[in-house]
Design a protein around this ligand. Structure first.
Ligand code: NDP
Length: 651
């Protein structure tokens, strides 16, 4: 069967097919093809972003950790994984929960794991590496890949364990941040919601000595701007706000019984990492399922299994420091570093994806000079060839209908989209009530009150599931802009002005000159890997250590400490980042996706515009991968000097 797919394209080598398929998907409207639900002018679409999971009555009764006019030492924006781990790392540096307030939009903790409760959802990264602080809590994940229920529960327990629950202001959002030189604190504007449905709003102004932005990768769900979407007469919802009132079942179990789908025609738009998990569950209950596809995902073997307690105690979690070692072992395998004699501890389909390093960095190939980019791209394609072919062949072996198998076959290098892992998704298409509506890269045409139109044909449906993703984490400019906040630093200069003039300017990706005591977590000018929890751990530990270092200069806790990187240190760091940027040239051959701002990231400034070229290069991540980055910043902290950090102490 596999030969059918390969031989149909025998005249075209895979790399040429990659170009042909990518070209089909390039659009002049780039990211503008989508609208984010939160900002939609259409009320129905805007309401799809509401919080269906908050217990507003209970939240209304909870005391507020901060009130209008109040102040706090640490304000953390976000109580998802990044915010929780940040708070814990501060506590571990000797600060107390009473000195911390977390501001969270949702009605509970977990961030992406609060919002995403769709049926079948499991984290694609091994739980032993993904769940934070497992050594500290002694928790043994139930399975190799944790369900969203288990992750959410674990995070709630973590918050209780560190007594942080009472320190979170839920249903709230920071709207303004301005450095106040006189009080050496951040004047912070907030909107807090309360009442039925969390619809009553009040404004607060508070002061915080330190701010950390921990908004996560995907706060803004989006939908395509297609004609008629809001006029669909049936029920619809986005996967990040799964509506169990419509489908039946509940978010308390990983595989809910969606009995209300019986007899219904369900449509799902999108076939990304989310849909790969939701589709098999929808197929179990719906009378008919229509899957609208623009680009197929690469679907690798999952291999889920229950954790064996004996293996856990005797092998996986047997020694102190095991989790850091395991996370780094995975990150190194993903970065293509297979040191002789070092076992692949995770040993799954992720850890074997060595070509993924084209996206997340590696030092295995040395520094890539810009004029060697073409050669480097060829090297990356070669590294991916066997795996990519095997993934394509798997489809042909699993999916019985040859035409369907062909349509499900992705043609792009593995690093171009988040690879997915499932032992159920492809199999689902062998059911006669499951229909793949492939649009050959074009996307759906429109939505009518009755259904979805694709390839000129209307498919009548009763329930529409929007699995159409999120605004790209890199959209929105500076770290404040990505959260909709204009950050006003020293002398009234905004972070967006600084980013526009100089490009991304940070030391180690976590703080920036002119914005004292303000820290952020993101991959730009830092590092990346497939396990984003690992990135958050590294950055949170780094931020907490820098803050603790600053406090060593104070002689009493009453003294205020002001910390920021010097302009010279961040310039030097930006230069080091830029020198490694050519390594990431292999991403320019990718099909459009949120990873490349739907193709907008490929637009290059004119080669003679050195300033623009430099800005672009400075926006990269650390070329050598997350583990090399970690060693570098650990070494920098190691001598206790924290070269390039300016600390002042005010009474
Ligand atoms: P994605 O952005 O990956 O997928 C959106 C889907 O919608 C794509 O298939 C896209 O097609 C499709 N689409 C968009 N517009 C149209 C249109 N007009 N017509 C038809 N189809 C359209 O979002 P997901 O929610 O699937 O995943 C987002 C990210 O969340 C992942 O990449 C991953 O990083 C993370 N995630 C992580 C998981 C984990 O286990 N760690 C699990 C799930 C998600 P096209 O590809 O052509 O753009």
């Amino acid at each position: 069967m596999s030969d059918v797919i390969e031989s149909n394209d025998a005249a075209m080598p895979p790399e040429q097919k990659y170009f042909v398929e990518a070209a089909k998907r390039k659009r002049s409207d780039g990211t503008k093809q989508f609208e984010q639900l939160h900002f939609s002018e259409n009320e129905r679409l805007r309401n799809l972003a509401d919080d269906p999971f908050a217990d507003h009555t209970a939240l209304d009764k909870a005391p507020s950790p901060i009130n209008d006019g109040g102040s706090v030492k640490f304000l953390i924006l976000g109580a998802g994984m990044g915010g929780i781990v940040m708070a814990i790392r501060l506590i571990k540096q000797g600060f107390s929960a009473d000195q911390i307030v977390l501001i969270e939009t949702a009605g509970g903790v977990g961030g992406t794991w609060y919002w995403n409760r769709y049926p079948g959802l499991h984290c694609d990264v091994e739980a032993y590496c993904y769940l934070p602080l497992l050594e500290e809590t002694g928790y043994m994940p139930k399975e190799k890949y944790a369900s969203s229920v288990e992750i959410r529960t674990y995070l709630e327990d973590l918050v209780k364990r560190f007594d942080l629950g009472r320190r979170i202001l839920f249903r709230s959002q920071v709207t303004a941040l301005e450095w106040d030189e006189r009080s050496t604190a951040w004047k912070t504007g907030l909107v807090a919601r309360s009442g039925p449905g969390g619809k009553d709003e009040r404004s607060l102004t508070v002061h915080a000595d330190f701010i950390t932005l921990a908004s996560g990768l995907f706060p803004y769900p989006q939908v395509p701007r297609v004609q008629g979407l809001s006029d669909f007469a049936g029920e619809m919802f986005h996967t990040s706000r799964w509506n169990y009132d419509i489908t039946g079942g509940s978010s308390d179990v990983a595989f809910p019984e969606m009995d209300k789908l019986k007899g219904k025609r369900v449509g799902i738009i999108g076939t990304g990492a989310t849909a790969i998990q939701a589709v098999p569950q929808l197929a179990k209950y719906a009378a008919e399922l229509f899957v609208f596809q623009r680009t197929p995902s690469q679907v690798n073997v999952r291999g889920q299994r229950t954790t064996d307690p004996a293996e856990w105690l005797g092998k996986i979690a047997a020694k102190s420091g095991w989790q850091k070692e395991r996370m780094e072992n995975l990150a190194e395998h993903l970065a293509g570093h297979r040191a002789p004699g070092v076992d692949d501890l995770v040993n799954d389909e992720w850890s074997r994806l060595e070509a993924y390093c084209a996206l997340i960095g590696s030092n295995r190939f040395g520094r890539i000079a810009p004029d060697k980019a073409q050669e480097h791209i060829g090297q990356m394609i070669a590294l991916d060839t066997a795996h990519n072919k095997q993934a394509r062949e798997r489809i042909a072996n699993v999916v019985k209908n040859k035409e369907t198998a062909k349509k499900l076959t992705p043609w792009y290098p593995t690093w171009c989209k988040r690879p997915t892992f499932s032992d159920m998704y492809l199999e689902t298409f062998n059911n006669s009530h499951v229909h793949l509506i492939d649009t050959d890269g074009k996307g759906i045409d429109s939505v009518t009150p009755k259904g979805v139109v694709a390839n000129g044909q209307e498919y009548p449906i009763d329930i529409l599931v929007l699995s159409t993703g999120y605004r790209s984490p890199t959209a929105g400019g500076d770290p404040g802009g990505r959260m909709g906040i204009e950050i006003v630093g020293r002398n009234g200069r905004t972070m967006s002005q600084k980013w526009n003039e100089q490009g991304i300017s940070t030391l180690h990706g976590v703080f920036s000159n002119g914005f004292p005591n303000l820290f952020f977590q993101s991959a730009a000018q830092a590092a990346a890997t497939a396990n984003y929890m690992h990135v958050l751990e590294v950055l949170s530990q780094h931020i907490a250590a820098i803050i603790a270092h600053g406090h060593k200069k104070a002689s009493s806790p009453a003294e205020k400490v002001v910390i920021e990187p010097s302009a010279a240190a961040e310039d030097a760091w930006g230069m080091q980042i830029a020198q490694g940027a050519a390594f990431f040239s292999a991403t320019v051959i990718c099909t459009p996706s949120y990873l490349n701002l739907e193709g907008e990231a490929f637009e290059m400034p004119p080669v003679d515009d050195q300033v623009a070229m430099m800005k672009k290069a400075k926006a990269a991540i650390w070329q050598g991968g997350l583990v090399e980055f970690t060693r570098k910043i650990e070494e920098w902290r190691g001598d206790g000097k924290l070269e390039g950090v300016e600390v002042t102490v005010a009474a």
